[in-house]
Write a protein that binds this ligand. Structure first.
Ligand code: NAD
Length: 459
């Protein structure tokens, strides 16, 4: 497997692809022209990692591993010389690509695979002199590449079959879904399908037949609804090829076949309605910041990717929803909470889909150095334990307001009034979580009290 990747171009796609490679165990160098661009790309990567962590798609160790494997550089030739995989993601401009590929071609090792994420350029005709055409191909990612699974793979007649096969295997190992085209066509598959739909949509709007809301209502209440369950060509099978064939025969001559974009689209852009990034497009976006809207969209996409298998036809045909994925949980306690002594080693976040459950417990007021805090004073031990538990909750992104239940285990039930007083102070002004008190024999000879918390936090 490829172990050293270079991503050339530190913009939207470059940062996302570098994150993807690094989180899947590949040492990755992201190459940009200027330090300032690389600093921005690092911020993008950080936001992406935070997003994946928040969505439960990566744990903290995974995010730290990705960070550790990702470096940046302004030295294209030096970085490329070391790589066995070069992923090009520079500006979609033929002249820029030509220059960049000149440099890649001169510097790349003779074993390196070179893949472009161009949205539509025929890089094969653009680079007739590329020194290693057998190792050159297109791997067209979708944005954001660490979230959207599809990668369209396009080879030229000169690309070696082994290179295409290895690239596809690599993409699968990165949890992407490669789809291979038999040859280069402008727009590949996805952009063509999308464009056919939007050509008709803007044509209907331009002719005053409906507006953006009408298009979207029709989509949501019919086409998109069916697509949640069946894929596009499966829909045809269910409707009947004969019926669809007759509908198409009537419709194809009537639908938009124009080769130009209706003028109102340019007018909207010129009037400042360029979409979410401008605060308005077909719709007003309520004054919300673009970043907030994009984050919300990506969170919903991640949620749907996770849920989708349950709603597909395959699930019903295979006898009900697919087996639930193994429960996802991550540990949150650690040495800074006294784990050396085992006092606060118990802390987990369990992913419940729309919410997270946090379970944590501390059984002894012993700090990370092993010193007993509070001595034999149960109330002081309780104070210390509640404080550490609050820190552990914070580590999980929760707080005392999220606590739904607590249990206090005491070696001597007579200590309860002292513990109860601390508890009431800690939870003062909050929806009080019910506390159960149990007398227990604790494992540690110095332990007088153990406090358990269960919290639930909406994602
Ligand atoms: P972008 O403008 O965000 O990033 C392009 C980056 O390339 C910029 O940081 C620019 O400084 C850098 N660059 C330009 N010349 C360079 C050079 N000589 N050396 C090194 N870096 C150079 O653009 P993007 O959206 O990330 O697009 C990159 C590629 O990915 C394009 O080919 C685009 O068509 C394709 N793509 C974009 C999307 C998308 O949704 N944005 C999706 C799929 C594919």
């Amino acid at each position: 497997m490829r172990r050293r990747a270079v991503v050339v171009g530190a913009g939207t796609m470059g940062a996302g692809i570098a994150l993807l490679a690094a989180r899947h165990g590949v040492g990755t160098t992201l190459v940009g022209r200027q330090d300032a661009a690389l600093a921005l790309a690092r911020e993008r990567v950080e936001r992406g990692l935070a997003f994946l962590e928040g969505a439960g798609l990566i744990d903290r160790a995974g995010a730290e591993g990705a960070r550790a494997r990702l470096t940046t550089s302004t030295d294209l030739a030096g970085a490329v010389a070391d790589a066995d995989l070069v992923l090009e993601a520079v500006t979609e401009d033929p002249d820029i690509k030509r220059v960049v590929y000149g440099a890649i071609g001169r510097a790349a090792a003779t074993t390196a695979i070179v893949a472009s994420t161009t949205s539509g350029l025929d890089i094969f005709s653009l680079l007739p002199d590329f020194p290693a055409p057998e190792r050159l191909l297109i791997a067209h990612f979708w944005n954001p590449p660490y979230l959207v699974p599809l990668v369209e793979v396009v080879a030229s007649p000169a690309t070696s079959e082994a290179v295409v096969g290895e690239t596809e295997a690599l993409l699968r190992s990165w949890e992407r879904v490669p789809v291979r085209l038999s040859r280069y066509v402008p727009g590949f598959i996805g952009v063509r399908l999308n464009s056919a739909l939007y050509r008709e949509a803007v044509d209907l709007i331009a002719h005053g037949i409906t507006d953006a809301r009408g298009i979207d209502t029709v989509m949501r209440e019919s086409i998109a609804l069916r697509f949640a369950v069946l894929d596009a060509m499966e829909v045809v099978d269910f409707g009947g090829l004969d019926t669809f064939g007759r509908v198409w025969a009537n419709a194809f001559p009537a639908i938009a076949a124009g080769g130009t974009v209706p003028a109102f689209v340019d007018r909207l852009v010129a009037g400042g309605a360029a979409g979410v990034k401008a605060g308005r497009g077909f719709y007003e976006w309520g004054g919300r910041a673009p970043g907030e809207l994009i984050d919300a969209r990506d969170r919903q996409l991640a949620r749907w990717l996770h849920e989708r298998p349950r709603y597909r036809l395959e699930a019903a045909l295979s006898g009900g929803p697919p087996a639930e994925e193994p429960m996802k949980r991550r540990k949150i306690a650690g040495p800074r909470f006294g784990m050396r002594t085992g006092a606060f080693s118990n802390g987990y976040v369990v992913d419940l889909g729309p919410a997270e459950m946090i379970y944590t417990a501390g059984h002894l007021a012993v700090d990370a150095e092993g010193r007993l805090v509070g001595g034999a004073d149960t109330a002081k031990q309780a104070e210390y334990i509640y404080r550490v538990l609050e820190d552990i909750l914070a580590e999980a992104g929760a707080g005392l307001d999220d606590v739904v239940k607590t249990t206090a285990y005491l070696t001597d039930i007579r200590d309860y009034p002292a513990v109860n007083e601390v508890r009431n102070r800690v939870f003062a002004g909050r929806e009080p979580a019910s506390t159960i008190v149990e007398a227990a024999k604790l494992v540690h000879p110095l332990a007088r009290i153990e406090i358990e918390l269960v919290a639930i936090r909406g994602k």
